[in-house]
Design a protein around this ligand. Structure first.
Ligand code: HAM
Length: 416
């Protein structure tokens, strides 16, 4: 029996990978223009990092982490997200000493043991960005402007930006008490998960998708109505800057994030085109996270986009990749050998060139050129070689002409 891949961990095949490259190139270019630089961190970290940052009572830490002991007995976890590892690296390498403001982006696989379905996988990929060292509401708006611009630039429509504020250690505890009291009266209507978590992580009940919980929490008090004056001013300013930058958004007072490190501004880019998986991108401010991990007391804000979800939204419109600039078809062994050297020379010069290696008939070679979508076919025969010429066929125009061998590079370049 042949060995198959692991459930929920996908191959990204040629034909699909072009969409991924397109997304990644756009992210690099756009994030670069906004002043972000790439950081690459390992796929595994000490388990404690995620417990301390994401939160012990979150779904991710309670149920979804790929955790194992290595041969030395260290508990390691495959990263379920990128923010905690990036903050760990930021603190460890004292990046704040280089510049008081640090803007970083990252791309790569993340791992969560969730039940796989469309848009939800066990290995998935995030493109994320983080800004450390600024608590000005302008930067919140700018991060969201960059995120919205990314969606526009890659041509993904039908997504909407939702924002909320989750308050800070000054106002959230009071709100939590208010919410707890509200939930207490409705405990029997809540699902088993929410009942269990009501005392430890009551905000999650607002995010629960079970119909009974949605109904029971319909009139729940909202965090935005219980913000302290600092948080309320911050949130007002963020909304003002978003309007100035003409970034469309809606306030969703029921949005709570699945990770505990958030403070103040939180947001999600949502769609109704992916079934149950509505968030294509998500993030927020995490002003206490770096200090809680033993770093300096610096604020931070960022987001991550799910690349599989972006690719699903783009898949209807994905462009077919361009074919070779030239396909070299040969007749006879001398021409085949000349063609092989020419092929390698063109490829070394960065021109996408192909040929048929198995000495098939000219008809078979032309069929292959057509299948690959070659723009031009160069036909080399023994007689022509002796005269120092070749035939060049323009596949789109259907025309063919004789050209001197020394002009080939120029002609091929004009196709490429
Ligand atoms: P998150 O909301 O857990 O946030 O994930 C961000 C995005 O990753 C989601 O909106 C979704 O597109 C994608 N995603 C999450 N889980 C899966 C999955 N199982 N399969 C496919 N895609 C998935 C974070 O991870 C935070 N670190 C974001 C952040 C950065 N906050 C501040 N900075």
């Amino acid at each position: 029996m042949s060995i198959t891949g692991i459930k929920g961990m996908n191959d990204i095949l040629p034909g699909e990978v072009e969409t991924w490259q397109f997304l990644e190139q756009n992210a690099r270019q756009i994030f670069g223009a906004f002043g972000y630089r790439e950081i690459r961190v390992p796929v595994a970290e000490k388990t404690e990092l995620f417990c301390r940052s994401i939160g012990e009572t979150t779904d991710i830490v309670e149920k979804e982490m790929y955790t194992f002991s290595d041969k030395g007995g260290t508990s390691m976890t495959l990263r379920p997200e990128g923010t905690a590892p990036v903050m760990r690296a930021f603190i460890e390498h004292k990046l704040h000493n280089l510049d008081p403001v640090t803007k970083l982006y990252y791309l790569g696989p993340m791992f969560r043991h969730e039940r796989p379905q469309k848009g939800r996988y066990r290995q998935f990929h995030q493109i994320g960005a983080e800004v450390i060292g600024l608590d000005d509401p302008k930067i919140d708006a700018q991060v969201l402007a960059m995120l919205s611009h990314f969606f526009q630039a890659v041509g993904i429509t039908g997504v909407a930006l939702q924002v909320n504020s989750l308050g800070c250690p000054e106002c959230r505890p009071d709100y939590r008490q208010t919410l707890l009291a509200f939930l207490h009266d409705r405990l029997p209507q809540l699902c088993a998960d929410c009942q269990r978590r009501a005392a430890t992580n009551p905000l999650r009940a607002l995010d629960c998708k079970v119909p009974g919980c949605i109904e029971a929490t319909a009139g729940a008090p909202a965090m935005v109505e219980h913000l302290c004056s600092g948080c309320a001013l911050h949130f007002d300013a963020v909304r003002g800057h978003l309007n100035q930058l003409e970034v469309p958004f809606a306030v969703n007072p029921r949005m709570v994030r699945g990770l505990d490190y958030y403070t103040k501004t939180t947001f999600e880019m949502v769609t109704d085109r992916l079934g149950a998986q509505s968030a294509v991108a998500a993030g927020g401010r995490y002003d206490g996270l770096i200090a809680s991990l033993g770093g300096p007391p610096l604020p931070g804000i960022g987001f991550a986009m799910g690349e599989e979800r972006l690719a699903l939204l783009l898949s209807d419109s994905a462009a077919t990749p361009p074919g070779p600039a030239v396909f070299i078809a040969t007749l006879g062994s001398e021409a085949a050998s000349y063609g092989f050297r020419l092929l390698t020379r063109l490829q070394r010069e960065g021109i996408y060139a192909e040929m048929e290696y198995a000495g098939k008939s000219l008809k078979a070679q032309l069929r292959r050129a057509d299948k690959l979508g070659a723009q031009k076919v160069l036909i080399l025969g023994g007689d022509e070689l002796a005269r120092g010429v070749a035939q060049i066929r323009d596949m789109a125009a259907g025309t063919q002409a004789e050209v001197p061998l020394e002009d080939i590079d120029k002609l091929v370049r004009s196709a490429g």
